[in-house]
Design a protein around this ligand. Structure first.
Ligand code: NAP
Length: 241
């Protein structure tokens, strides 16, 4: 009998993260619902369990060292290893984001959550991922982080933002460095862009559903052992850096 795959999705209480958890659960995986708010976390776990997902709650604020360490301990005690980590939690850092007038706290919030949070969670989970036979890390990015797209006249990259878009560019660069260091291991780490999805992040203005946005993460979470690493994908294929 093959062992049940153990996954952790950060920011899984709503939006795309919730749908990633539902999709991984539908594969028969055991899915940790990483979420910082107890009520929102418990309600997501209850809803997923009612839908047949083997979901369990993982208290997790990606900006907090102690919270992340506790989350790693919880997974170690529950499963002894982690097969798949989806770094999905993210924030725009709030508006407005015009470079010349921004409050630097907005930039700090976006970087702290979208970049440093990913590094913090990944490094805390790596000892558990190294115990897996096919470890996968998926970092949820955005095509707004593509400098090629940002500098291509007429490309659709959303409003000017000095916090959110650059935080995803930073995340992309960080992911490349992880892929380089981990290239002689069996850990595959890739970036996924969900497309413009209707969620709280954008006041539900997105044109895709959160479920559609989750598809790329589910694909990258279940890559075969000879799959790519250090790449950036959306549903249409490779996204230019
Ligand atoms: P969302 O509905 O706003 O959900 C964001 C999730 O991240 C929530 O669960 C939120 O938890 C969590 N989160 C934020 N800060 C956190 C922290 N410090 N610790 C733990 N969890 C935290 O947004 P979404 O649209 O689903 O976005 C999911 C990911 O996709 C993000 O990385 C986003 O940048 C990316 N993305 C989204 C779009 C889009 O069009 N929606 C496009 C490209 C990329 P709370 O409920 O506690 O706030």
């Amino acid at each position: 009998m093959t062992e049940q795959t153990i996954a952790l999705v950060t920011g899984a209480n709503k939006g795309i993260g919730y749908e990633i958890a539902a999709g991984l659960g539908a594969l028969g995986w055991s899915v940790g619902i990483g979420a910082r708010d107890q009520e929102r976390r418990e309600s997501a776990v209850a809803k997923l369990r009612a839908a047949g997902v083997d979901a369990f709650g993982v208290p997790l604020d990606v900006t907090d060292d102690a919270s992340v360490a506790d989350a790693a301990r919880l997974i170690e005690e529950r499963a002894g290893r982690l097969d798949v980590l989806v770094n999905n939690a993210g924030t725009t850092g709030n508006a407005p984001q015009m470079p010349t007038t921004v409050d630097v706290a907005t930039v700090r919030t976006a970087v702290e959550t979208n970049v440093i949070g990913v590094i913090r969670v990944t490094n805390a989970m790596l000892p558990l991922l190294r115990r897996s036979s096919s470890p996968r890390i998926v970092n949820m990015s955005s095509t707004v982080g593509s400098l090629t797209r940002q500098t291509t006249p007429g490309a659709e990259v959303g409003p000017t933002s000095v916090a959110y878009s650059p935080s995803k560019t930073f995340l992309n660069a960080v992911t490349v460095q992880y892929a380089k260091e981990l290239s002689d291991t069996n850990i595959l780490i890739n970036l996924g862009c969900p497309g413009y999805c209707a969620t709280d992040l954008n006041g539900f203005r997105g044109v895709r559903t959160a479920q559609q946005g989750a598809a790329i993460a589910i694909r990258l979470a279940s890559l075969p052992d000879d799959g790519p690493t250090g790449h950036f994908f959306d549903d249409a294929g490779e996204v230019p850096w």
